[in-house]
Ligand binder design. Structure first.
Ligand code: 16G
Ligand code: ZN
Length: 533
């Protein structure tokens, strides 16, 4: 099988819409599924080139549009260690996608080959998977057409959550090496997570049932499958919203994004005081938890709360294990609630860095710590253990039984937490392991700090690209003068904070505001939105 330029040129899938402009954004290509067939073909070619560039390492292709409505779809590339595609390649992804005919496609291919000095004789290896969207089968065919033309050796892993595909890519590329990540099968994934969970909670009484809203997406069948590998004496889960076959149900009035945005439980869940609930998004890489108090108030435990819980637990464990040399750090974005940042820096005394929105930014920053906890407020995140930290944990010698237990527990966390990307299933087990270990209710977890009231407003503008930011998106540099006006407004509110950025996934600008009270927050958000409009 070879990289066949003639076939690449001739088999090109024509653009569905003449004037559509494609962009490889924060999470790959994402839009209405109708215009994506042509993109899939090109993504296949790009994945093959990327694999060749990396000496035939396996590259992943995931077809999903996460929390977007069912009629949308998307695609993103996964690099050999399970991370997002290296950023410098994104411009070429965009260029390839916008090539309208065979000739211009080949011209971009030649440019990539020259730029990265790619040897086209190196064999390419690509694996791919997809979520439950009705458009997936067609898009998979388009992808396969591109893989064939580019002569890639490929494996169709079928229906998977996004984090599972990331896991598989890493397993395949590390197989047989000293840092082999795991068995490159779906079953291997379940076994790794469930056995680590069982170790982490050993000897502790099980918590009450956790109700899991799977957004009528791929998380539902996969979580059901995982439960076969773990005793209900250890983990009790009730799956809600698992209808993946009725059209129009995916992410509809449910899922992590619905809960976070509306600050309420999905109407399909009847939740009463004492119930423990969580919601995944459509491809199961995000999770948020929630409960209601005795007086019926809805309480959200979002990504910030998960980061706080993980940071305090791991910091304590490292100390109990007698390996204080391991330092824990947290990575957030500007959307992190001010109270969470305050709690992490002032109460826990852990270093916190703030980066731009998007998992790739958080992930790279988290790699700078021994243990890097990263979460977006929307529930996307994970915990990374550096190779040195991993080695320290593996080789630590216990002097007391308590130390021994702490070391074992730390090690189980390194197995339990998906090291490639945020993973709703793995994060759910992490939270459950911590709460089981501490025998904490959601209320007790929630007590760490109280969120400042906050508001997110979407403003549709004529051109969002004129909004340019700096300082991890916390300040605008353009349009000139706007930031000064925002600052003047913010200064009028106690604990006020607000920022404006262009969305990377929608044609809109987002305004975030927080302040001491709900009324002040709403007022601030509204006034800043007016400035933008
Ligand atoms: C994408 C990002 C997510 C981010 C969101 C922001 C990945 C895998 N996903 O969904 O992390 O929070 O975009 O959307 O990076 P926005 O730019 O529209 O606000
Ligand atoms: Zn997602």
């Amino acid at each position: 099988m070879s990289f066949d330029k003639t076939a690449i040129k001739n088999n090109i899938i024509p653009h569905e819409k003449e004037d559509f402009v494609y962009t490889y954004g924060t999470a790959g290509f994402r839009s209405n599924a109708e215009v994506l067939g042509s993109v899939m073909y090109k993504v296949a070619i790009l994945a093959s080139l990327r694999s060749k560039k990396l000496n035939g390492s396996t590259i992943g292709v995931m077809i999903t549009a996460s929390h977007n409505p069912e009629e949308d779809n998307g695609v993103k590339l996964v690099d050999p260690r399970g991370e997002m595609l290296e950023q410098s390649w994104e411009v070429y992804a965009t260029k390839l996608a916008n090539a309208k005919d065979g000739e211009s496609l080949l011209a971009v291919v030649d440019e990539v080959v020259a730029q990265y000095k790619i040897d086209l004789d190196v064999p390419a290896n690509v694996i791919y998977a997809y979520d439950t969207r009705p458009s997936c089968p067609h898009l998979v065919k388009c992808l396969e057409q591109g893989l064939e033309a580019s002569g890639a050796k490929s494996i169709n892993f079928g229906l998977k959550t996004t984090p599972m595909l990331h896991y598989l890519v890493r397993c395949i590329n590390t197989a047989g090496t000293s840092d082999a990540y795991g068995e490159p099968t779906e079953e291997g994934y379940y076994k790794k997570l469930t056995s680590a969970f069982a170790t982490a909670v050993k000897g502790k009484p099980r918590l009450s049932t956790l109700h899991v809203d799977c957004a009528n997406g791929v998380g539902a069948p996969k979580l059901r499958e995982l439960l076969k590998f773990i005793s209900s004496d250890v983990l009790s889960v009730d799956i809600v919203n698992e209808n993946t076959t009725t059209l129009g149900q995916l992410n509809k009035n449910c899922g992590a994004d619905y809960v976070k945005t509306n600050q309420r439980a999905p109407p399909s869940i009847s939740i009463t005081a004492g119930d423990r609930c969580c919601s995944y998004d459509g491809d199961a890489d995000r999770i948020v938890f929630y409960y209601v108090t005795e007086d019926g108030t809805f309480r959200l435990l979002d990504g910030d709360k998960i980061a706080g819980l993980a940071a305090v637990f791991i910091t304590d464990l490292v100390h109990e294990a007698g390996i204080d040399s391991i330092k824990v750090g947290v990575v957030q974005t500007a959307y992190a609630n001010g109270s969470s940042t305050n709690y992490l820096t002032k109460v826990l005394n852990v270093p916190v860095s703030c980066v731009s929105t998007g998992v790739k930014h958080l992930h790279h920053e988290a790699e700078k710590y021994d243990v890097g906890v990263y979460f977006e407020a929307n529930g996307h995140g994970t915990v990374l253990f550096s190779p040195d930290a991993l080695n320290t944990i593996k080789t630590a010698e216990a002097k007391t039984p308590a130390q021994k237990q702490a070391i074992a527990q730390l090690f189980s966390l390194t197995e339990l937490i998906n090291q490639t990307v945020g993973d709703a299933i793995s994060d759910m087990l992490l939270v459950e392991a911590i709460l089981t270990s501490r025998q904490w209710s959601f209320e007790e977890w929630d007590q760490a700090y109280t969120d400042l009231p906050n508001r997110l407003v979407k403003v549709v503008v004529s051109d969002r690209h004129i909004f340019k930011t700096t300082n991890a998106e916390r300040q605008l540099v353009e349009p000139a003068g706007l930031q000064t006006e925002i600052d003047a407004l913010v200064a009028k509110y106690s604990n006020g904070r607000s920022f404006v950025r262009a969305s990377g996934t929608e044609d809109a600008v987002r305004v975030y505001a927080e302040a001491a009270t709900r009324a002040e927050t709403d007022d601030l958000a509204f006034k800043v939105a007016q400035l933008v409009y």
